[in-house]
Design a binder for this molecule. Structure first.
Ligand code: NDP
Length: 280
């Protein structure tokens, strides 16, 4: 099935697998990184049918593909398909970056959490000693919890519509730091320095039921979603006095940069690429 994608024998070939994936910015980001080092590469967004992930992965590498990114809904299947996993991929049970080592073993890593931490750092948002709220308890929250906790926040709360999912994540990562779970109702008596929206509610233009009182003075708000306009959560943050409001485009570029450095051993300039994406 991948023959149609014209994997060249002379140029290194990379791709992102997902479904849907046509909207992905990863091909543009990796081409912009490659230009910084005069690297010639092909990078395509390849839609994979449900049930075909392992077949597509095997075919991609047998045809000479060098590296894969994985997006929704295949990150967990990718985790299960890899022969060698980094420590953080094992902890998150999620893989978004794949490559073959010299023995042709399929290696997997997850770079989402590091990408988020790098973007927060770039924007001078310190996690150390902060009270952090994460909304949502899906696959992405599982990927970002450990790297966030390694930055030593004072406490980290997970709030989710289905509270039991937040509770099970809090238990799973309790060895990494002070992490707890609650319902949206429980937020009425809590205050935070950083609120991260890791729900998919912004996709539907919906806002989780957040009390207006949860932001500390100088709090920052971060929506993992990105788009041409502010999400409803970003708008809520501005209306309720957040000192800084960010979308997830920076995280997307930063997680791609971590993957790029795994594949090519080079650290790209992410600010230049982010600027280009925002102005195009
Ligand atoms: P999942 O489908 O795994 O999880 C979705 C979560 O959102 C669940 O916790 C769900 O709650 C919650 N949710 C959905 N709708 C609502 C709503 N209306 N009100 C309250 N909660 C809601 O998604 P992912 O974890 O994979 O992705 C989450 C977000 O992160 C997406 O928007 C995705 O685009 C973004 N993302 C951004 C990246 C970046 O680089 N910027 C990288 C990866 C993801 P419940 O459990 O109750 O159903």
């Amino acid at each position: 099935m991948l023959e149609a994608y014209n994997i060249s024998s002379t140029v290194s070939h990379y791709a992102v697998f997902g479904n849907p994936v046509a909207h992905s910015k990863s091909p543009a980001i990796h081409q912009l990184f490659a230009e910084q080092f005069d690297l010639e590469l092909q990078y395509q967004a390849i839609p994979v049918e449900t049930g075909q992930f392992v077949h597509a992965l095997t075919e991609f590498f047998s045809l000479g593909g060098k590296g894969l990114n994985i997006t929704v809904p295949f990150k967990q299947e990718a985790y299960e398909a890899c022969e060698i996993l980094t420590q953080r991929a094992r902890a998150c049970q999620s893989v978004n970056t794949i490559w073959l080592d010299e023995q042709a073993h399929v290696n997997g890593d997850t770079t989402d959490g590091q990408g988020l931490v790098n973007d927060l750092t770039t924007n001078n948002i310190s996690l150390q000693g902060a009270a952090v709220l994460i909304m949502g308890a899906g696959g992405t929250v599982r990927s970002i919890l450990q790297p966030l906790l390694h930055e030593k926040p004072d406490n980290l709360t997970i709030v989710n519509r289905t509270v039991s999912k937040a509770q099970s994540l809090a238990i799973q990562f309790s060895n990494e730091g002070l992490v707890s779970a609650c319902s949206y109702d429980d937020l009425k008596v809590k205050r935070f320095d950083l609120v991260i929206n890791a729900t998919s509610s912004s996709l539907q233009g919906e806002l989780p039921p957040l009390p207006a009182t949860i932001l500390n003075h100088a709090a920052a708000c971060y929506d993992l979603m990105y788009g041409d306009e502010d999400t409803v959560f970003m708008q809520w943050a501005r209306d309720n006095g957040a000192a800084m409001v960010l979308d997830g485009l920076g995280m997307l570029v930063e997680q791609a940069a971590v993957g790029f450095s795994i594949w090519h051993g080079k650290q790209p300039d992410t600010a230049k690429v982010l600027h280009k994406l925002r102005s195009s």
